[in-house]
Design a protein around this ligand. Structure first.
Ligand code: CA
Length: 267
């Protein structure tokens, strides 16, 4: 359907539940921030209507956004907790837990992801409630797709860049804008170096980071890789004490002879 009019028709009954098993080659969207830092803007679309969801996905992907689609409120809520998104297009008219419920819960938990809600034409009250509940903008169905794109661009421009600005791993959260790091809701006091170190490890979540990489990318002293090893180890030890010390689940692991990896070990 491309960039034409997106006729977000009223909710059709008994729409076949065609789950788009995300396009091949993109299926491994779990480790969103790729090591090169060339991160795409990630958008979560929460929409139960198959046609609308599909059109949104295709249209947004054509604009080079990385798109995940949730077809129920529960799934949307789950994805929001499990992954990092820059923006959510949230339909308010969902079966089960509706969009407003999700929005409120998300905000209550302190997630500051941008949210654009989709409301029905005559549901003025929904719009007001939505904005009161923490939505950043709204669009009335049916809407023109270019209008949606324009709104998204404006929202993303407002203080956000096209990079991931928040990381989440288990109960660890890092906000690159406020430079706050929390674990289990507790604020971690990190030095600037420890912060950079943790950010780097989070960008490589699940992948081994060598001392050479840290010397080159965090300390920016590639030539001195070997003499830096002790310095790096000291900082890692300090970071580990703050990050993992008081917590049962350890996230930062040493891979003997190779380097370090930040990972949530599933039991
Ligand atoms: Ca809907």
């Amino acid at each position: 359907m491309g960039k034409g009019q997106l006729q977000a028709c009223r909710r059709a009954h008994s729409e076949s539940f065609v789950r788009e098993s995300s396009v091949a080659g993109r299926a491994s969207g779990e480790h969103h921030p790729n090591p090169e830092g060339a991160t795409k803007v990630r958008i979560l679309v929460v929409e139960d209507e198959a046609k609308v969801a599909k059109a949104l996905r295709e249209g947004l992907e054509a604009e080079h956004y990385e798109v995940r689609v949730a077809r129920t409120g529960e799934e949307g809520f789950y994805l929001l907790n499990a992954e990092t998104f820059d923006l959510v297009v949230l339909d308010l008219m969902l079966p089960g837990h509706d969009g407003l419920e999700i929005l409120r819960t998300v905000r209550k938990r302190g997630l500051s992801t941008l949210v654009l809600i989709l409301t029905a034409k005559d549901a003025v009250e929904d719009r007001v409630l939505g904005l009161d509940s923490g939505a950043d903008d709204y669009l009335v169905k049916p809407f023109a797709f270019p209008e949606l794109l324009a709104r998204i661009r404006v929202l993303l421009r407002g203080g956000r860049s096209d990079q991931v600005l928040r990381f989440k791993l288990a109960d660890l959260e890092m906000d690159l804008v406020t430079r706050k790091v929390e674990r289990g809701g507790q604020l971690l006091q990190l030095t600037p170096r420890e912060f950079d170190l943790l950010e780097y490890l989070l960008r490589h979540e699940g992948h081994i980071v060598s001392r050479e990489m840290l010397a080159r990318d965090v300390w920016k002293e590639a030539e001195r890789a070997t003499p830096l090893d002790n310095v790096i180890d000291v900082h890692i030890a300090r970071l580990r004490r703050k990050l993992d010390g008081p917590f049962e689940t350890k996230l930062l692991k040493t891979v003997r002879g190779v380097g370090f990896v930040l990972r949530e070990e599933k039991p």
